[in-house]
Design a protein around this ligand. Sequence first.
Ligand code: 9NY
Ligand code: NDP
Length: 515
Amino acid sequence: MSMIAAFYSGKSILITGATGFMGKVLMEKLFRTSPDLKVIYILVRPKAGQTTQQRVFQILNSQLFQKVKEVCPNVHEKIRAIYADLNHNDFAISKEDMQELLSCTNIIFHCAATVRFDDHLRHAVQLNVTATQQLLLMASQMPKLEAFIHISTAFSNCNLKHIDEVIYPCPVEPKKIIDSMEWLDDAIIDEITPKLIGDRPNTYTYTKALGEMVVQQESGNLNIAIIRPSIVGATWQEPFPGWVDNLNGPSGLIIAAGKGFLRSIRATPMAVADLIPVDTVVNLTLAVGWYTAVHRPKSTLIYHCTSGNLNPCNWGKMGFQVLATFEKAPFEKAFRRPNADFTSNLITSQYWNAVSHRAPAIIYDFYLRLTGRKPRMTKVMNRLLRTVSMLEYFVNRSWEWSTYNTEMLMSELSPEDQRVFNFDVRQLNWLEYIENYVLGVKKYLLKEDMAGIPEAKQHLKRLRNIHYLFNTALFLIAWRLLIARSQMARNVWFFIVSFCYKFLSYFRAPSTLKV
Ligand SMILES: CCCCCCCCCCCCCCCCCCCCCCCCCC(=O)SCCNC(=O)CCNC(=O)[C@H](O)C(C)(C)COP(=O)(O)OP(=O)(O)OC[C@H]1O[C@@H](n2cnc3c(N)ncnc32)[C@H](O)[C@@H]1OP(=O)(O)O
Ligand SMILES: NC(=O)C1=CN([C@@H]2O[C@H](COP(=O)(O)OP(=O)(O)OC[C@H]3O[C@@H](n4cnc5c(N)ncnc54)[C@H](OP(=O)(O)O)[C@@H]3O)[C@@H](O)[C@H]2O)C=CC1
């Protein structure tokens, strides 16, 4: 019997960010391994014209939850969606709901965040710092609370090269930042943002670091742990391999590359690609929840959920396997044939941007105009290149994260728990994982049918022929222009033609003799 699964039985669990990528997998695993849990409270806001109930209904009826329905048929009754918006200081939770949360909650998993790299500092602070502070305040009023698990990111200290499982303070206190956001106007915030974030690349990593400081400062008597995952990718094993449902991290780039839009990137092939499957993060999170509640460590423990120091893979190998999978199972209706140029050189990368990205987009828009349609490719390409430029920081550097606490926890688990809540990335086969990841992107994100693969392959062949035809035509035009202008080019041309003629006559002569 799994001790961790047994621990969650009968518990009332509060999850923030349950509608997000990680939150859904966390809920799924909890219901599947501990179907006897009492209730999962989730803080949800209405979104995209859907009420909170409709959103929950959609999640529970998705493919991800199919196995759960077999083990826990009354899952609908065990999930309690609470209307909440973390942008409001009191989360806009009703009095009755708040009362229920305060009196019943046993465990909190705080996953909600804004993960946009370029979010306005005011909004990023509200979500990643103030909301964390508010939740801690709520937690301090929960008499039955056993553990508070805060999800941060391994990149909260990406300005350092070696990162230990400790909290590194930011120069300005989070309380001062929270206060200043209340009275500074947007223009001034824009001006001071670069100074505040310092050598971090974006407001996301900065506010996640502030969020950790808040957790440390406001922990009081709470039993708290922090988890820092690196780049979270599709599922490795559970509930099935390759599941992914958003464009964050590598997923969006895999689509852009598979559809032939993205053909080069400024990346260092030998830099460590610190990817971690989402089910691994969730397994560690649940194990940490159990350990924190049962063993009650004296101080707040931080757990790095990373792969680089235990089972490293680099971007070059990853890109190679992504392309190999495109060969086997290409994406439908590609714009161009997938290809990859990795260059760490800025000038080469700008050259490839012009030749491989901007020029084809301009030519395609010209074709759309000629055929009476609205040009759109240049706009799409500009947005893609902007996104890529924001991710470049992470594919040109390597970090070392120590994993003492994570390894200590692994050794504390029973063999059964090590199996059911496996977070040992040393067992991960990267090539297999990446192949499943790309297939998962095709299946679950693009919703493409595997039966369409032969047609997709045909389409790529047509694109290859168009590519050869286009290059030949381009070469002939360029050559014709050159011959018209340069005596030397003409001489070279006559030399090649006479050489070919002699070559052919040589072969024709013996064959004539035979006859
Ligand atoms: C070596 C490769 C070689 C490839 C060469 C060739 C290929 C060969 C194969 C190679 C592939 C394999 C290797 C890949 C390397 C991956 C490195 C990843 C590093 C990640 C590190 C993460 C570390 C930190 C981890 C964490 O701790 S946190 C979680 C991470 N957080 C994020 O990943 C949020 C990012 N996003 C935003 O920050 C916002 O999205 C924003 C970007 C501001 C736009 O923002 P905006 O322009 O306002 O508008 P949106 O609506 O948001 O998006 C506008 C449009 O871009 C789309 N789109 C949004 N996203 C992405 C995305 N990712 N990728 C692509 N597209 C995206 C969206 O669909 C929309 O398309 P549309 O609808 O226009 O058609
Ligand atoms: N994905 C990754 O690569 C990594 C993620 N992390 C961390 O993991 C955690 C989960 O990330 P992930 O699941 O990928 O992110 P998602 O963007 O998929 O999910 C974010 C969640 O936060 C919720 N949320 C955002 N704003 C509000 C709000 N105002 N009120 C209520 N809920 C809100 C979202 O709700 P809604 O659906 O309504 O928008 C969603 O459920 C985050 O703390 C992130 O920093 C750490 C490392 C890497």
